[in-house]
Design a protein around this ligand. Structure first.
Ligand SMILES: [Zn+2]
Ligand SMILES: [Zn+2]
Length: 316
């Protein structure tokens, strides 16, 4: 008889984060007898300078990106990553200070909405949450996710004030001078990318998207949407070979991201929505290949490619 546990956590996936991995490593170092392995501080410094892929994790939470713009808090998607974000907001006194959140939904596949029931600020009456979506029935979909058959607390019983804003496809809205434009992406059920522009800077969130034809002419609408972005968050779930074989699965590859970014004059390309089957080192090799691809095919391009991992913070 053999028993093997494949999941022991309740309520929601809670993958380890980089800080927790580092804490473990430091605890191991503490246990090393001083006389057997030189100065512990030197080892700690060495570990602190290692790349996150060795000493931390890329992360197992699903899609959620925080954007601070002007005095506003924008959140893109409510995957399980919104749980630690909500906890951080509560720790920082969100309910006393900010109170307002603007959440933009790409679409309502599970990996993009499953975190909402665990988003702490949503359970307090002081919080006011705007939900933006091109899908007309977002509220109904979220209500269904928290139907009592699936979750004990209904959407209506989450105490925060909720405002649902239906966006017209391919339209632009203006939130106190911050422009947010959406674009339909090719994905089962439809997914939408967002282009946020403020004070001459542009952030783009474009995940869950397949680019059917690789020639630049066919991709012109996307290239126009990505034009000149300071940061483009891009669906890089597949390798190039997988992207070719998994036609109509609705995802893209890092190499396509490089082609489109160079054509659009994007400054930074963040590889995002990593394939769950891949280990951190495999994801890192996808990233390395993208850099090689860029250097070989576009040696003069100044495009910077980065690997999105949990906790990564960038100023643009
Ligand atoms: Zn999806
Ligand atoms: Zn997804």
């Amino acid at each position: 008889m053999r028993v093997k546990f494949w999941g022991v956590r309740g309520s929601i996936p809670t993958p380890a984060n980089s800080d927790q991995i580092k804490q473990k490593i430091f605890k191991i170092i503490e246990k090393i007898p001083e006389d057997s392995l030189g100065a512990k501080q030197k080892i700690k410094d060495y570990i602190n300078n290692l790349n996150n892929v060795y000493v931390g994790v890329i992360g197992g939470n699903t899609s959620c990106v925080e954007l601070r713009v002007k005095d506003k808090l924008f959140i893109f998607d409510m995957g399980s990553g919104i749980r630690p974000l909500g906890n951080q907001l509560m720790k920082n006194g969100f309910l006393e200070n900010e109170k307002e959140i603007h959440i933009f939904l790409s679409h309502t596949h599970w990996d993009h909405i499953m975190g909402l029931p665990f988003f702490a600020p949503a359970h307090f009456p002081k919080a006011k949450i705007y939900f933006y979506s091109v899908h007309p029935d977002l509220e109904e979909r979220l209500r269904l996710q928290q139907d009592f058959r699936f979750f004990p607390v209904s959407l209506d019983n989450m105490a925060s004030e909720k405002v649902f804003v239906k966006l017209d496809p391919e339209s632009e809205i203006n939130i106190e001078g911050i422009k947010v434009k959406n674009k339909k992406l090719y994905h089962p059920g439809g997914s939408y990318g967002y282009r946020v522009t403020y004070n001459g800077k542009t952030f783009i969130y474009a995940t869950d998207s397949e680019y059917k034809n690789l020639n630049l002419n066919d991709n012109k609408p996307y290239i126009d949407f990505f034009r000149g972005a300071d940061l483009l968050v891009f669906d890089a779930q597949y390798t190039f070979e997988e992207a070719v074989h998994k036609e109509d699965w609705g995802h893209s590859s890092a190499l396509i991201g490089v082609d489109l970014s160079v054509a659009a004059g994007v400054k930074k390309l963040a590889l995002f929505h990593h394939e769950p089957e891949r280990s951190d080192f495999e994801i890192y090799s996808v990233y390395k290949k993208a850099i090689d691809f860029k250097n070989i095919n576009y040696p003069k391009s100044k495009l910077e490619i980065i690997l999105a991992y949990e906790g990564l913070t960038l100023d643009i």
